[in-house]
Design a protein around this ligand. Structure first.
Ligand code: MG
Length: 339
């Protein structure tokens, strides 16, 4: 029988991280480990209240899953199917198990995850660096501090959105992506996105609430900047519905059950001619590295959760001049930081 353990960990944000829905100073995450024949695979959950999870629900799920993992870590499809039968939803708890299984089998086989998946590590994209909501002048200061990142993702959904983008554009010529995190109405979004047009914005993420697919479609028909769905895209079934409403989808391990399911979602999105972005929550280098291994398959990466924290217990993927550089040690290729 595969043995699983879980322990909570508080990731401390370097500065409080505000989006249109709220602010956080700490991200309470959970590290899991699965042992088999002397090998240990590690995974991480970053539970979001928005998706109905907390550290408590993750720990309860891991207890629930413990007797149901079987004894063969290579049977990931079977195992993940079983977890879905045991309980619906709880995507980050499932992502942690799935990630730990991939880490484990990679270590047993002695190959890094990208190689296990047949992916070319040279084809990783550049990652954006996220600037949370603050005053326009403070956000411009943060853009200056982040000048080594060629792509900035700017959180909006405030009364100052235009002033924010103006202030940042004044000090930065980086590629700018904008994320409203459901903060606008369709009407506001159309007005705002058209006002943003002169500032050379690459795309706008999730302008309106998750359920408002008609709103997304209306916006897309009335603006020139591409629209990417994030909160609207959680389950694989969401993708065909979104195909007529947006230009692309932002997929995350933590909202969609982990690597196994996100791989399927990437291919379904491609079948619907959608652009694909791989994003993250506030996560340590453990989960960020797991996601980074999939990035040779996608167009855009926003894998900076580990760059926003002060106490990252792991090291794995590196960002070199903005580009993701995958580790080539077996499994996820992640190491615990000493001290
Ligand atoms: Mg987003």
């Amino acid at each position: 029988m595969l043995h699983i353990d879980a322990k909570p960990i508080d990731l401390k944000l370097s500065t409080p991280f505000r989006i249109s829905r709220g602010v956080q100073a700490i991200s309470p995450n959970v590290i899991v480990q699965i042992n088999s024949n002397g090998y240990t695979g590690y995974g991480e959950a970053s539970p979001s209240e928005y998706y109905g999870e907390s550290v408590e629900t993750v720990l309860a799920c891991i207890t629930l899953f413990a007797g149901n993992l079987g004894d063969d870590p290579f049977l990931i499809e079977d195992i993940m199917g079983r977890l879905d039968e045991i309980i619906r939803l709880h995507p980050s708890a499932k992502a942690a198990v799935d990630m730990a299984l991939y880490d484990l089998i990679g270590k047993i086989l002695g190959v890094p995850l990208y190689k296990l998946l047949g992916l070319n590590p040279k084809h990783t994209p550049y990652t954006s660096f996220t600037i949370g909501i603050d005053t326009p002048s403070n956000m411009a200061k943060k853009a200056l501090v982040a000048r080594d990142y060629p792509i900035l993702k700017i959180k909006v959904g405030t009364r100052n959105d235009l002033a924010i983008i103006e202030a940042i554009r004044e000090v930065s010529s980086a590629i700018i992506r904008v994320d409203a995190n459901t903060g606008w109405t369709p009407k506001e979004a159309i007005r705002m996105i058209n006002a943003l047009a002169p500032y050379n914005i690459e795309f706008v993420e999730q302008p309106v609430p998750a359920h408002d697919l008609a709103g997304l479609k209306l916006i897309r028909e009335n603006v020139a900047i591409p629209i990417i769905a994030d909160e609207s895209c959680v389950a694989i079934e969401d993708i065909p519905r979104l195909a007529e409403c947006v230009d692309g989808v932002n997929l995350k391990l933590m909202k969609s059950n982990g690597i196994t399911n996100v791989l399927k979602m990437i291919h379904v999105a491609r079948a619907h001619n959608l652009r694909v972005m791989l994003g993250c929550m506030i996560e340590s280098s453990l989960a960020i590295t797991a996601a980074a291994h999939l990035t040779p398959l996608v167009d855009y990466a926003d894998l900076d959760g580990n760059l926003l924290i002060d106490n990252d217990p792991y090291e794995g993927v590196r960002v070199v001049n903005g580009k993701l550089e995958l580790p080539d040690a077996p499994g996820l290729g992640v190491r615990a930081v000493q001290g």
